[in-house]
Design a binder for this molecule. Structure first.
Ligand code: HEC
Length: 198
């Protein structure tokens, strides 16, 4: 009798452990899928915005190209948000438009970490971070991917001395609190941020 109950206890323990492991594997699998989806959305946004900025710069110059960062970028992020059911935005530590681009504390931490990782030699194209966090409204999947500062971006986010007079005047006029200048090619300009409630 005693022997049987020991055996039963052991069986229950093994079963509980198996369930716990398979639960963990399933959760890890879910997380991996969410990261894959988020990365795909972020890459699509980066490619599309970079393409449009380059095209518009060639076609009509830096003053007109501003509309890409101002109007096309939010259009692209909201289209992709609608298509994927995830909330996708662009954020940065130093922003031009505070109303849209200011990073929240989780994003700030990730962006600071990106700068450290970049300084240690990691390549900018693979800088990403993800986590499931508990927020007051519930559990949320979070993901960020670095936005690299590229050559075309220098027209409007590079050192002020290199900006055209027209761009400088427009920036002073529209963004008196602009902090999104003085970046160098290869630096982290910001991040594409993805959020999904679980
Ligand atoms: C022709 C000028 C111009 C060029 C070129 C340009 N941007 Fe911008 N960028 C802007 C303006 C203007 C804003 C503010 C838009 C707004 O009002 O929301 C902005 C905003 C941003 C933001 C949002 C955060 C913030 O600072 O407000 C990011 C991120 C960004 N740009 C990245 C880039 C990258 C990366 C490139 C190169 C691929 C680039 N930009 C090229 C003008 C430009």
């Amino acid at each position: 009798m005693k022997m049987r109950s020991v055996r039963r206890t052991a069986a229950v323990t093994v079963l509980a452990a198996l369930i716990a492991v398979s639960g963990r594997v399933a959760a890890e699998d879910d997380l991996r899928h969410m990261v894959d989806d988020a990365r795909k959305a972020a890459v699509q946004i980066l490619t599309q915005i970079r393409g449009e900025v380059t095209k518009e710069l060639e076609r009509s110059g830096p003053l007109r190209a501003m509309v890409v960062c101002k109007y096309s970028a939010p259009e692209i992020t909201s289209t992709i948000s609608r298509q994927t059911g995830m909330r996708v935005t662009r954020v940065a530590l130093r922003v031009r438009n505070r109303a849209l681009g200011e990073a929240d504390p989780w994003e700030q931490q990730a962006l600071l970490d990106f700068e450290k990782r970049l300084a240690k030699g990691e390549t900018i194209d693979t800088l990403e971070a993800s986590e499931i966090v508990n927020e007051p409204a519930g559990r949320v999947f979070r993901y960020v991917k670095a936005i690299p500062m590229g050559q075309p971006c220098m027209n409007c986010h590079g050192p002020v001395s290199g900006l055209s007079e027209a761009v400088k005047a427009q920036l002073v006029n529209e963004y008196p609190f602009d902090r999104a200048v003085d970046f160098q090619v290869g630096q982290v300009r910001g991040a594409v941020s993805v959020k999904k409630s679980l």
